[in-house]
Design a protein around this ligand. Structure first.
Ligand SMILES: [Zn+2]
Length: 157
């Protein structure tokens, strides 16, 4: 954040508070250059959270990707859409509550895994086996699709 007094971009956060509705984060900051203290209000939108992928490229956080990844891993398992959405919501909530505006895809994968483990071990294992190797929901999607395709081809033989 730019210091209103000297224009420096270097500051440290003294205090972070969230509004009751959880949509605004209030931060008390101190400029590292001139020591001026100021307050910023940041609107929270999920696009503000950046996901750092294994190859160090970044993309905006997308809750739907989590939903899709779990859906694919839970195919044929007794997991409801509501449960899946709840997992994704909880992860988003956690990131916002912690003010974590940067998160690695591996961290997201770990969070999904710990939640799945408690709900359905089979889905957990499916998700973990692919996620650990690829670290990216998109890769995960394409691999699951390949597996599905192979299965279909085999059953067609
Ligand atoms: Zn300053």
């Amino acid at each position: 954040m730019r210091c209103p007094k000297c224009g420096s971009l270097e500051d440290k956060v003294l205090e972070t508070r969230q509004s009751k509705e959880g949509t605004v984060i209030k931060r008390r900051r101190e400029c590292l250059k001139c020591g001026y203290r100021f307050t910023t209000y940041e609107r929270i939108e999920e696009e503000l959270i950046t996901v750092i992928k294994k190859d160090n490229s970044t993309q905006p956080f997308d809750k739907e990707k989590i939903v899709r990844g779990i859906k694919l891993a839970s195919k044929g398992r007794p997991i409801t859409e509501t449960q899946i959405r709840q997992i994704a919501d909880e992860i988003e909530r956690y990131l916002i509550d912690e003010g974590k505006l940067k998160v690695t895809s591996a961290e997201i994968g770990d969070m999904v895994k710990s939640k799945l483990r408690a709900i359905d071990p089979v889905t957990f294992l499916r998700f973990a086996s692919v996620c650990d190797e690829f670290q990216d929901i998109k890769d995960f999607e394409s691999v699951i699709k390949e597996i599905e395709k192979e299965k279909q081809e085999k059953s067609n033989e």
